[in-house]
Design a protein around this ligand. Structure first.
Ligand code: SIN
Length: 538
C-alpha cells in the first residue's frame, strides 16, 4: 500500500513481522492528569502500558499553576459552576457534559486529597480562590502556585505503585494502528532505547495533551506539538473546533526568557493590569475588568498594546504583602527574582500567548472517539465541555473526569487475550523521496512565527488563506520524507495540525469565544452555532 504524502496513512514504513512487538489490554499515550487518572482506573481489571514521549514530569499538567475548579465552598453551587461554564462556552458547550463534569468535581478532588495531594487548606477545608469568569471562589490550589506538580506527583506515585501498570518514558508514538474495519488495535512508536516497536492493544487511550507549540509565543512545554490530533486525523477520527486556541492573557514577557505563565489567580487575588503609560485599562473593556473571561482580557491587552505602541503591558502587585506573595506564589516569586524583578517595587511585564487547545478529537460522554476501541481524554479531546472558550481551571477537572471515565469503560470491557489474537500483517511502504535534505528545526521555527502572525488572537480571511498556502508549500517537501527521530515526526504533525487549524479558523466566519475574526466581529448563531468538523478525506 502506498499513499500520496498529504494523505499518507502512516508517517513511517511499517513491517510488522520484523518489528519488536508488545501486547497489552490497554495502552495509554500521554502522562498528564488525564492519562494518569485513566491508567489508575483501567488497571483495576486490565494490564496497562502508559507511554510518554519525554519524562513523566514533562507535561502541561505539571506546569499548571492556578489550580483545579470545583464546587467546594458552602456558598457555591453546582448550578453556578454549570452556568459559568456555559456562559464562557458561548453557546456551543454540551450541557450534559458540563453537568457531568461539574457534578463529579468534589468527589474526584477529595479522592486526590486522600491519595496525598496536599491542597492548601483554610479552616481545615480545601481553600479556594477566584479566577476570571467564575462567580465564586472555586479554584483549589496546592503549595501555592504549584498545583500541577502536586497533582501530577500524587498520580505518578499511585501509578508507580500499581503492578498492573507499566510506564515507558521516552517513547514517541508515531501512529495509531487501525485495521480494515476501522478498529484501533494499537500503536507504532519509537522507544529511545529499543527503536521502533508495535504495541498491540485491545484498547487505546489518547491523552497526548495540547498544541501550544504551534505558536511562537506559548505557555506550553516543548512536548505540546499536537501529535495526538495529527495521528488521530491520519487514522480517520472526527476532529472538532480546532479554531478555538485559547490565549492566556499574562505570560512573562522578557526578551530571551522562556514565556512563563503568570497565573490568573494573581488577578483573582487583586493584581491589576497597567499599560505602558502606567494606566489601568481593563474597566474600558469589560465590567469585570481584570476578572473578565480570558479571551476578553487577551484581546483588551492586545488593543491596549496597539494603542500605546508597546510590546507588552504590566501586572501590578506592588500593593501585595511581599512575604505573603512569596508563600502563596512561590514559583512566580522565584521567577521574578531570577529576573531581578522586585515585585514590591517593579511591575511585571506580560503579554498574551497561546495556552490551551479547546478543540480536538471528538468524543462522546464516555470518552469514545469515532474509531472503535480508541478513547480520548484531556486536552487532546473535544468533549463538549468548553464550547468556544474554556473557563479557567476547568481543564484539570475535565482531565480527571474523562480520564476516570475512559479508564472505567476500558476496565469494564470483556477481556480478550490480546497476546494470542491474530494481528494483521502490516506492510506499509512509502516511496523514496528524491527531494533534498531538510532542516526540520528551521521549518518549525518559521511555522511557529507564521501561526502566531496569521492565526493569532485576531484573525481575518486573507492571512488565514495565506497561512494555508504557505503550509501547503512547506508540506510538499516535508511530508514526503521518512524521518527516523521525533524532531522530524513532530515537524510533520505540526504542519498537519496548523493547516487544519488555519482551515477551521477560515471556515468559522464569525467571532465566538476565543476565535475573533476582525472581518466578522459578531457572533452569527444562524450559521455558526455549531461545531466545525474535520475528517481526513480518504
Ligand atoms: C492559570 O493559572 O492562570 C492557568 C489556569 C488555567 O489555564 O486553567
Amino acid at each position: 500500500m502506498t499513499a500520496q504524502p498529504e494523505f499518507r496513512r502512516y508517517l513511517v514504513n511499517i513491517d510488522s513481522i520484523s518489528t519488536q512487538q508488545l501486547f497489552t489490554d490497554c495502552v495509554i499515550i500521554g502522562a498528564g492528569i488525564a492519562g494518569l487518572r485513566a491508567a489508575i482506573e483501567a488497571a483495576n481489571h486490565c494490564n496497562v502500558i502508559i507511554v510518554c514521549k519525554d519524562s513523566l514530569q514533562n507535561s502541561n499538567t505539571w506546569m499548571a499553576q492556578g489550580g483545579i475548579a470545583s464546587v467546594l465552598g458552602k456558598r457555591d453551587t453546582f448550578e453556578s459552576h454549570i452556568a459559568d461554564t456555559l456562559d464562557t462556552g458561548c453557546g456551543i458547550s454540551d450541557e450534559k457534559v458540563v453537568e457531568q463534569v461539574v457534578r463529579q468535581g468534589p468527589e474526584l478532588i477529595e479522592e486526590l486529597f486522600r491519595w496525598g495531594a496536599s491542597f492548601d487548606l483554610a479552616d481545615g477545608h480545601i481553600a479556594t480562590t477566584l479566577e476570571g469568569g467564575h462567580s465564586h471562589p472555586r479554584i483549589a490550589h496546592a503549595h501555592g502556585d504549584e498545583t500541577g506538580r502536586i497533582i501530577a506527583e500524587t498520580l505518578i506515585e499511585k501509578v508507580r505503585q500499581n503492578p498492573n501498570i507499566e510506564v515507558v518514558e521516552n517513547f514517541y508514538t508515531i501512529d495509531l494502528i487501525t485495521n480494515d474495519d476501522n478498529v484501533c488495535i494499537g500503536i507504532i512508536g519509537h522507544d529511545k532505547q529499543r527503536g521502533q516497536q508495535i504495541i498491540w492493544a485491545e484498547n487505546t487511550i489518547l491523552a497526548t495533551g495540547g498544541a501550544g507549540r504551534l505558536y511562537r509565543e506559548t505557555t506550553n512545554p516543548e512536548v505540546a506539538t499536537g501529535d495526538g490530533i495529527a495521528m488521530a486525523y491520519r487514522a480517520g477520527t472526527v476532529l472538532w473546533d480546532l479554531e478555538f486556541m485559547q490565549f492566556h492573557p499574562t505570560t512573562l514577557y522578557i526578551a530571551g526568557a522562556s514565556r512563563a505563565l503568570i497565573t490568573e489567580t494573581l488577578r483573582g487575588e487583586g493584581a491589576v493590569l497597567l499599560d505602558s503609560k502606567n494606566q489601568r485599562f481593563m474597566q474600558e473593556y469589560h465590567e469585570s475588568a481584570e476578572l473578565a473571561p480570558r479571551d476578553i482580557v487577551s484581546r483588551a491587552i492586545l488593543a491596549q498594546m496597539l494603542k500605546t505602541n508597546s510590546t507588552h503591558v504590566y501586572l501590578d502587585i506592588r500593593h501585595f504583602d511581599k512575604a505573603h506573595f512569596a508563600k502563596r506564589f512561590p514559583l512566580i516569586s522565584e521567577l521574578c527574582e531570577s529576573f531581578d524583578i522586585d515585585v514590591s517595587r517593579d511591575l511585571i511585564p506580560v503579554r498574551p500567548s497561546a495556552h490551551y487547545m479547546v478543540g480536538g478529537v471528538r468524543t462522546d460522554t464516555s470518552a469514545r472517539t469515532t474509531i472503535k476501541n480508541l478513547y480520548a481524554c484531556g486536552e487532546v479531546a473535544s468533549t463538549g465541555l468548553h464550547g468556544a472558550n474554556r473557563l479557567g481551571s476547568n481543564s484539570l477537572l475535565e482531565g480527571l473526569v474523562f480520564g476516570r471515565t475512559a479508564g472505567r469503560l476500558v476496565s469494564q470491557r470483556k477481556k480478550v487475550d490480546v497476546a494470542h489474537l491474530k494481528h494483521p500483517l502490516i506492510k506499509y511502504q512509502i516511496p523514496d523521496s528524491d527531494r533534498s535534505r531538510l532542516d526540520a528545526a528551521d521549518v518549525r521555527n518559521s511555522l511557529r512565527s507564521l501561526i502566531w502572525r496569521n492565526v493569532g488572537i485576531t484573525r481575518k480571511a486573507q492571512p488565514l488563506v495565506e497561512a494555508q498556502e504557505i503550509i501547503r508549500f512547506w508540506q510538499r517537501y516535508v511530508m514526503d520524507k521518512i524521518f527516523d527521530s521525533p524532531e522530524g515526526w513532530e515537524c510533520q504533525n505540526m504542519l498537519t495540525v496548523s493547516l487544519l487549524m488555519a482551515h477551521a479558523a477560515e471556515t468559522r466566519q464569525e467571532s465566538r469565544g476565543v476565535h475573533f475574526r476582525s472581518d466578522f466581529p459578531k457572533t452569527d448563531d444562524k450559521h455558526f452555532k455549531k461545531h466545525i468538523e474535520i475528517t481526513k478525506k480518504s
